[in-house]
Design a protein around this ligand. Structure first.
Ligand SMILES: [Fe+2]
Length: 581
């Protein structure tokens, strides 16, 4: 029986996870603690936090496992340079500096930081993704596929999974990467690579795929044997510090959008075009994997699996009948995947009970005393401490009266999506609510969509069940006729990214939503992550208070405490500027 720490670091979204005797007990992304969005640094704070959550010290840990193999990855970078040399010196030099400074010596860094003397091991990057997806799926057997920008060398890999055994079948290596293709368009549209892909996906429904054929004719091809081929003449990631080059810009007739430039119809059409290419490419690839493996169940991991819009088509358009994708399928989830991989090697994953009932809530929790202390420390002396029944009734009343509520309860979510413990909640019935929330609270682009949370028993009234429940609670689906009642969380193409709230999953949020339904007859609220633009999701009560004071959120609820903005006008509203995400 062992205690294993998994870590992911040095690329983006560093994180740590702790598994004790085959059970995941804690996991957190470094950004939540360092407050640096997508923090890629050594996840020291996350490791300490995981140990604290389990009341362990580093001396209790039997094994630490890193989510990829640095020397294999370095080999690939060296090979790439030698292929294009003497071009490519700049990115090579940049990479080399990073690698020799820290990345290559992660074991030494860890041992030094923590005076650790136990086992230190490495998991292959794509197997870290695959282990998380497969174990969390609960399937006894399935085909698995991992698609991301690039791991050590692999950009796409697939194989068969059966009761803790992985049989890799084939992989496609760098640079022919679906993830890098999508990221190239993310950069072209002026969004940040490795974080702005969400924005590109969110922009796609506003455009028409008029450039799709041009992309297929010039930039990428897909063979029926699942081979993706990029036309490298148009990309900059081999021999430049950019994702794309001049030839790429000339192909579409416009230079890349700068971050501060207006998004216009051209960018919307580009987004729609690459989204459609990605969807078709995935379908070709997955149909091939289905034929090769003969499985009707698919487990899908890697950063590309975060494209929830593409995922909705995978059941309808492929031979797979069941699909599972973990909500942290990007690199942050690799800390958990690597730790699960080590547990599998120790034969400690006996069944599908590695995750507790609420597997996404694995971060820090704060007791009422700590919340009260934070309120005092931030100069907030007017607040209300209420019994749970009164609290939820009061909050439901406020939401019904169109107030925006920040809702902070229990353990923080692991992964990118707020699932009701660090959430901003709002009435979804007003069409203008989306623009107001984007401008005044999230301080971000007006096109960014908001997700609804719905009581599971009313899901079918508002949303179509298209049989694509790939994560058992998160759906991207079309709204029904009744969804006209909740326009603020319906995308302009009629779709929504729904969290279906089952009994037993986040009962605190359920109890609030039930009261809200009793009052209004609407079983749906907007549920968006508790943060503002450029800031990671809030973790501690202090983060929550700062975000509350810095935005136009009306009510803050933390534990049993409730704060009205209107009652604390004496507290200085500080303006905190974060780097854009
Ligand atoms: Fe990855």
């Amino acid at each position: 029986m062992s205690k294993i720490v998994g870590i992911s670091a040095y690329f983006h979204d560093s994180s740590a996870c702790l598994i004790v005797d085959g059970k995941v007990v804690a996991a957190i992304q470094e950004e939540r603690l360092s407050r640096v969005k997508h923090d890629a640094s050594f996840p020291q704070k996350s490791i300490v936090s995981c140990l604290e959550m389990a009341s362990l010290t580093i001396a209790d840990i039997d094994e630490v496992i890193f989510f990829e193999k640095p020397f294999t990855k370095f080999d690939r970078i060296l090979d790439t340079f030698l292929t294009v040399a003497p071009r490519g010196f700049l990115p090579f030099r940049k990479a080399i500096l990073g690698w020799f400074k820290e990345k290559m010596w992660v074991e030494d860094v860890f041992r030094k930081h923590f005076s650790y003397k136990g086992t230190f091991s490495y998991c292959q990057h794509h197997l870290s993704h695959a282990a998380l997806a497969c174990v969390a799926s609960g399937f006894e057997s399935a085909a698995y596929i991992v698609i991301d920008g690039v791991g050590e060398r692999a950009c796409t890999s697939y194989g068969a999974y059966e009761n803790g055994k992985f049989s890799p079948i084939a992989e496609q290596q760098f640079p022919h990467s679906l993830g890098l293709l999508y990221s190239a368009f993310t950069a072209y549209c002026g969004f940040r690579v490795n974080s702005g892909e969400y924005k590109l996906m969110g922009l796609a429904p506003y455009g028409k795929p008029v450039y799709k054929q041009l992309i297929l004719d010039s930039l990428v091809s897909f063979s029926d044997e699942g081979v993706v081929k990029l036309n490298l003449r148009y990309f900059g990631f081999l021999d430049d510090l950019r994702m794309i080059n001049r030839r790429f810009e000339k192909l579409f007739g416009r230079p890349a959008r700068k971050e501060n430039q207006q998004v216009d119809d051209f960018h919307k059409d580009i987004a729609a075009s690459i989204q459609s290419v990605l969807e078709d490419g995935l379908v070709i690839l997955l149909n091939y994997v289905q034929r090769e493996t003969g499985s009707t169940r698919l487990v899908y991991g890697g950063g590309v699996a975060l494209n929830c819009v593409a995922n909705t088509q995978l059941i309808a358009r492929t031979g797979f009948e069941q699909l599972f994708i973990h909500s942290a399928s990007g690199d942050s989830g690799c800390a958990m995947g690597a730790a699960l991989w080590a547990s599998i090697q120790h034969n400690e994953i006996q069944s599908n009970d590695s995750f507790s009932l609420n597997p996404e809530f694995l971060g820090p929790d704060y007791i009422n005393e700590a919340i009260k202390e934070a309120l005092h420390e931030k100069g907030i002396t007017v607040f209300h401490e209420l019994e749970w029944e009164t609290l939820t009734q009061t909050v439901a009343d406020e939401l019904a009266q169109d107030k925006v509520v920040a809702w902070f309860q229990g353990k923080m979510e692991f992964g990118p999506r707020a699932l009701g413990n660090r959430s901003i909640l709002a009435n979804a019935t007003h069409p203008e609510r989306k623009a107001i929330l984007n401008q005044k609270i999230k301080k971000r682009e007006g096109f960014r969509p908001f997700a609804p949370v719905v009581l599971s028993e009313y899901f079918a009234d508002y949303f179509e069940d298209q049989g694509n429940d790939y994560s058992r609670m998160l759906y991207v689906t079309q709204g029904t006729e009744k969804a006209k009642e909740i326009p603020a969380c319906i995308h302009n193409d009629g779709s929504a990214r729904v969290q279906r709230l089952e009994p037993g999953f986040n009962d605190q949020l359920r109890s609030l939503l039930v009261k809200y339904y009793d009052l209004t007859g609407i079983p749906v609220l907007i549920n968006t992550s508790f943060n503002e633009r450029g800031e990671p999701m809030v973790c501690s009560p202090k983060d929550a208070i700062r975000c509350f004071l810095n935005t136009e959120i009306d009510v803050l609820v933390m534990g049993n405490f409730l704060v009205y903005k209107s009652e604390i006008t004496d507290v200085v509203h500080k303006t905190i500027v974060y780097e854009p995400d």
